[in-house]
Design a protein around this ligand. Sequence first.
Ligand code: S3P
Length: 168
Amino acid sequence: MGNVILIGFMGSGKTTVGLRLSYRLRRAVIDTDKEIEKEEKRTISEIFAADGEGYFRDRETACLRKLLESTGNQIISVGGGLPMREENRKLLHELGQVFYLQASAETIYERVKHDTTRPLLQGDDPQTKIRMLLTERDSFYREAADVVINVDGKDFEHVLSEIEEQVD
Ligand code: S3P
């Protein structure tokens, strides 16, 4: 469907890269977390607290299915846990070209350490949680991706250029 899809761990830069890429490529941008919050009229934290992670994961799959019915040619950034479901990885593949913004646990921690909006990182030891989740998830991200872009130590301009060079 000609979409450019950005996947990766929380804090890897998907939302910001998505917005900037949207200006550069003159394509609309969609973020699955924002779509879900709009439809549910509540924040991700509220959804997790009231209905649990399983409910949120089902909303993510529903959101991908809905995107398959839209026009295509968009930039789509997705929540960090979305590619963990096999069904979602298939749907991502159908939607377009998938870029994995790959970041180290250190880069991620530096970017999210003051964040209060991500329920999975609100425990006492976010650094250990990041390392654990990243180890669990990296192979799924790679499986879902057509292109892997390492973002460690790179500014957004650098990351954008690397993506632009590889967009089909
Ligand atoms: C999550 C990532 C978040 C959001 C939710 C769960 C995850 O999105 O979907 O808090 O499981 O990694 P971002 O990756 O945009 O922070």
